[in-house]
Design a protein around this ligand. Structure first.
Ligand code: NAD
Length: 333
């Protein structure tokens, strides 16, 4: 029986890279009934919202979605669809593996890190207001429940994937209440996983260490804002945003999407690297229990990038998005 998956093409380069990913997944033989649902700039005028109810209903029905990036205007305009989606569907984990692929130009060749970012609270809750005309206040919300469940996910993931260490990242030396609570909750959860090492790092030191000695780290668990920033740093370690997949996971549903944004300057130009979206779809296949198909796609991506011929501009080639997808599909045959 075919899996039903909601497909949200998104804005900018989204339609091209999600199309590439769907073609690759379809070529594995895993049957997917893609339920297309439009969100973002394109539907704003029609529905008066970038996240119409029918998109949420579709995800609630299929429980799985593959999503392209969606543009969020800076400062004014609508609030982030991505943040709304994660909060509304309680997708409390943002999973972002950063794994080196041979052939990608980067400062390291052997990065193997997994960022587990809390996805529902912190400054990202967007609770902020002006105080008079010349000051603004944003409220950082950290709860024990959210901190515990994201840390539990990090440890369960580490155990399932045979990983050895979880590092909690925080700024509890300064933010003694909010980050202090996150660290305390993480430490409490860690006590139940004696088979996996636990340590903590202050976020600024963590950034320096990741640049200097990334091999010391394995699974990182972070509150939302630090997770957002540190995961882009990790993407940089493996060759940039075009290479970084992601998954938003809750107890009931999961939405898979690349870490990068809608890169409007490349929209419609068949230039964007589809790898991050294809690797997000690999995470999706794993989530569906299709481990063999997931491994085949990953190997096909590695082979195409390793050969370096049919790759996009950011990987040193001149292939288009669709050419790179076709080359990956050829390797699957
Ligand atoms: P971006 O990720 O779109 O682009 C940053 C840089 O990376 C650009 O130079 C771009 O050309 C390059 N890049 C990104 N993806 C690429 C790919 N697949 N292949 C090749 N090059 C790629 O970040 P931005 O410019 O800060 O954001 C653009 C829009 O995307 C904003 O509106 C932002 O809010 C939104 N955004 C959405 C998501 C999401 O939907 N999850 C995530 C991040 C940003």
């Amino acid at each position: 029986m075919a899996y039903e998956v909601t497909l949200i093409p998104g804005d900018g380069i989204g339609p091209e890279i999600t199309d590439a990913a769907c073609r690759v997944i379809d070529a594995t033989g895993v049957e997917i009934d893609w339920r297309r649902a439009e969100a973002g700039e394109a539907v704003m005028a029609h529905y008066g919202t970038p996240l119409p109810d029918n998109v949420l209903e579709s995800i609630r029905g299929t429980r799985i979605a593959l999503k392209g990036p969606i543009t969020t205007p800076v400062g004014s305009g609508f609030r982030s669809v991505n943040v709304a989606l994660r909060k509304t569907l309680d997708l409390y984990v943002n999973l972002r593996p950063a794994i080196s692929i041979p052939g990608v130009k980067s400062r390291y060749e052997d990065i193997d890190l997994v960022v587990v970012r809390e996805n529902t609270e912190d400054l990202y809750a967007g609770v902020e207001h002006m105080v008079g005309d010349d000051a603004a206040e944003s409220i950082k919300i950290i709860t024990r429940k959210a901190s515990e469940r994201v840390t539990r996910f990090a440890f369960e993931y580490a155990r399932r994937e045979g990983r050895k260490k979880v590092t909690a990242v925080h700024k509890a030396n300064i933010l003694k209440y909010s980050d202090g609570l996150f660290l305390e909750a993480a430490g409490d959860v860690a006590k139940k996983y004696t088979d996996i090492e636990f340590e903590d790092r202050i976020v600024d030191n963590m950034c320096m260490q990741l640049v200097q000695k990334p091999e010391l780290y394995d699974v990182l668990v972070l509150p939302n804002l630090y997770g957002d920033i540190v995961s882009d740093l990790c993407a940089g370690l493996v060759g940039g945003l075009g290479m970084a997949p992601g998954a938003n996971i809750g107890d009931e549903m999961a939405v898979f999407e690349p870490v990068h944004g809608s890169a409007p300057k490349y929209a419609g130009k068949n230039k964007a690297n589809p790898t991050a979206t294809i690797l997000s779809a690999v995470l999706m296949l794993g989530h569906l229990g299709e481990a063999e198909a997931a491994a085949r796609v990953f190997e096909a991506v590695r082979a195409v990038i390793g050969e370096g011929r049919q790759v996009t501009y950011d990987l040193g080639g001149d292939a288009g998005t669709s050419d790179m997808a076709a080359a990956i599909i050829e390797k699957l045959a």
